[in-house]
Design a protein around this ligand. Structure first.
Ligand SMILES: Nc1ncnc2c1ncn2[C@@H]1O[C@H](COP(=O)(O)OP(=O)(O)OP(=O)(O)O)[C@@H](O)[C@H]1O
Ligand SMILES: [Mg+2]
Length: 266
């Protein structure tokens, strides 16, 4: 049986005035059902472009080659109307910036309902109950009241939870989380990570988790892909990559993790 997600030799190219530039080059990895794969790398290394390629949401002008299969079915080259059916339903993404992906003019409930009704033929009333339940599931207090509030009425951490609720409302097989905790303080970050791990255990969602923080990866991922300048420099079981990094860049990333005993040593 095929893995949940199989990315093979993915290359993403942008035309520039100085000729085509590969922002992702020959990247290959798989995500198993019920598995979390961490993608780590410095800013600009191609983490978001890799995720957007999987979602079929690359900026205009981008060209792709290689193969991206979800449950064995090729996604690259699929017509937009088919991708639209798959996105939000079989796979969804929590974007890097939650404020820019929530519409400020609509209540969060309405936005979750619309996401749901785009894929499920259900009444407004049924969808509203689904939205309330989704907010409850991500641990938002008073979900039946909060469902009628607007994005600006929530804190950053709460908005991140709302994004997660929206991404999971159709029970996707694959969830892509692009730095979902970067903008949050450490305590909220830990809560969100715990929440994602719980949700994955409950619903068996496969996850791609993008961050530039290796400490976060080591707490959540079973496999890890290290990217640098569009290329994969390391890929394997998280424990193995952490124990025996093969690339200097990975070693450098590992050394930059603050350790608890650092303070004691000085
Ligand atoms: N619309 C675009 N056209 C051309 N190149 C782009 C475009 N958007 C991004 N890039 C380039 O693609 C490369 C990869 O960007 P990407 O957003 O995937 O990085 P990232 O690893 O997600 O970084 P960060 O950690 O900062 O989010 C960068 O060099 C960036 O400059
Ligand atoms: Mg990014």
């Amino acid at each position: 049986m095929s893995e949940l997600l199989e990315v093979e030799d993915l290359t993403v190219t942008f035309p520039t005035t100085r000729g085509p530039v590969d922002v992702v080059r020959n990247v290959s990895f798989t995500v198993g059902r019920d598995e979390t794969v961490g993608i780590v790398g410095e800013s600009g290394s191609g983490k978001s472009m890799t995720s957007l390629a999987v979602m079929g949401l690359l900026p205009k002008g981008a060209r792709t080659s290689g193969s991206i299969r979800l449950d064995g079915a090729e996604l690259l080259g699929r017509p937009e109307r088919e991708l639209r059916r798959i996105r939000g339903d079989q796979m969804s993404m929590i974007f890097q910036d939650p404020l820019s992906s929530l519409n400020p003019y609509y209540t969060v409930g309405l936005q979750i309902e619309e996401m749901y009704r785009a894929h499920r033929d259900r009444s407004r009333k049924a969808a509203r109950q689904v939205a309330v339940d989704a907010l409850a599931q991500v641990g938002l207090p008073d979900p039946d009241k909060r469902v009628d509030h607007y994005p600006h009425q929530f804190s950053g951490g709460q908005r991140q939870r709302i994004m997660i609720a929206m991404a999971l409302v159709c029970r996707p097989k694959l969830l892509i989380a692009d730095e979902p905790t970067t903008a949050l303080d450490v305590t909220v970050q830990a809560q969100i990570l715990r929440l994602l791990a719980e949700l994955r255990e409950q619903s068996g969602t496969g996850m791609m988790f993008i961050t530039h923080d290796l400490a976060v990866i080591s707490s959540i991922a079973t496999r890890v892909l290290v990217m640098r300048r569009g290329e994969q420099v390391e890929y394997g079981a998280a424990e193995q990559v952490f124990a025996e990094p093969r690339h200097d860049y990975t070693r450098m990333l590992l050394e930059s993790i603050p350790r608890i005993d650092d303070e004691v040593a000085t």
